[in-house]
Ligand binder design. Sequence first.
Ligand code: ZN
Length: 138
Amino acid sequence: MKSNNENNKHNGSNEHQKAIDFLEKRCNCGCSSRIPKEQFAELRESFQALSKSEQDIFLMAQLKAMDGGSTSTSRRLKKKTRSNKRTFYHWDHNTLLCQETYLNMLGIGRTYFENIRNHLINNGLLPRIHGNIKRIPQ
Ligand SMILES: [Zn+2]
């Protein structure tokens, strides 16, 4: 017999439900309506079950693949280091997503996403240092 207090189950199911909730609410552009709900929710659940550094690497790999190059909108502003990175968010090769849907697909916040993107731009595909591991500079 299962106990009654399983409403919440484990954390993963929560993420699953949040993903479903998002799809039902829909994003602004409507791209989320083209995504298979179950797969979307499962991806989020799996991603959330990863360790922090695994999540970092997964996201970096995705960003690498989704990189659309940078747009040089203005040559006069060349000095500005703030690059206009274009990212094409994907569900699969044929289905583009908006950023809102993409972030919900993984259950991550924009701040975390931007941190990883900056890390990737500045350091390349390297693990971020978590905690107090010290590295001796070369
Ligand atoms: Zn959308």
